[in-house]
Design a protein around this ligand. Structure first.
Ligand code: CDP
Length: 259
């Protein structure tokens, strides 16, 4: 959020945004499930110029043991931005922002995972942002929930995530980088379509209560679109698995006999 450079028009005279989108239009979204063979579950998301990978391990014994909960599993998320994911090289390693995002994504996922089935265990979720262009926490949460489903972790539903915000006094969905930088507000949302629950909600900037309500409903509509793409990715993954063509589809040559 910040002052707009005077020559930057975030909404033009036709009501279009910098990248030509209308206020309720989202950036293109692609999701692929099961892209990593070493992890128990994985997903890759391209959302506009964002590129995000998520991998899941577990449920497995929780270490250190003093963190174990005798009644349920811990969902522990680690969000990391690669140094090369942003314009100015990002200093490697955790910082306040990545701790915050890891925490809110862990909490959002804890709401949908049947943690009570796996006492004393940890379900570890790694989110790596390879390329960032605003909305990486939404892309990360979206990828993580597909990766959990790919790992076979029992869940009430997927969490779908999408942001809304305000630019040039207009409420818009799915902010891109310039809109995030020079806009007036950003509201990332995590939504569980089956139950209608909101499991992640943050707000940065100023909105009237009408604008806030409009933003929430736009973000929810966005989440419903994200949910369809998540489900399609999992259906494709299931078809590949049941056809037994997994190795070829994932680009690895099947092992040869007698070598
Ligand atoms: O990515 P998200 O919108 O969830 O989080 P943000 O903190 O609002 O960051 C918005 C965008 O700023 C990121 O997606 C990156 O494109 C950029 N950013 C950056 O360039 N360098 C950082 N150290 C952090 C964020």
């Amino acid at each position: 959020m910040g002052g707009t450079p005077t020559d930057l028009k975030l909404i033009d005279e036709n009501g279009r945004r910098l990248d030509g989108r209308l206020p309720d239009e989202m950036r293109p979204l692609k999701i692929e499930a099961g892209v990593l063979s070493r992890a128990d579950g994985s997903a890759y998301v391209e959302w506009g110029l964002n590129k995000v990978m998520a991998a899941v391990y577990g449920p497995r014994e929780c270490h250190p043991r003093h963190l174990q909960n005798p009644e349920r599993a811990l969902v522990q998320c680690n969000y990391n931005m690669a140094s090369f994911s942003v314009d100015d090289r990002k200093r490697p390693g955790p910082d306040r922002r990545s701790h915050e995002i890891s925490k809110i994504i862990s909490e959002a996922l804890t709401h949908v995972v049947f943690t009570e089935y796996f006492p004393r265990t940890s379900i570890d979720v790694y989110i790596e942002v390879l390329q960032a262009n605003a909305g990486t926490r939404c892309a990360g949460l979206t990828a993580a929930s597909v990766a959990l489903a790919d790992a076979g972790v029992p869940m009430r539903d997927l969490v779908a995530s999408c942001a809304a915000g305000k630019v040039a006094d207009t409420v818009v969905v799915d902010l891109a980088k310039e809109e995030d930088n020079f806009g007036q507000a950003d509201i990332p949302l995590g939504y569980v379509p089956r139950t209608g629950e909101i499991v992640l909600l943050q707000m940065d900037g100023d909105l009237t209560s009408d604008q806030f309500n409009k933003g929430i409903s736009m973000a929810m509509e966005g989440c419903k679109k994200v949910y369809e793409v998540q489900r399609d990715a999992l259906k494709r993954r299931y078809e590949v698995r049941s056809a037994g063509t997994e190795l070829e589809v994932l680009g690895a040559a099947p092992a040869k006999e007698g070598m």
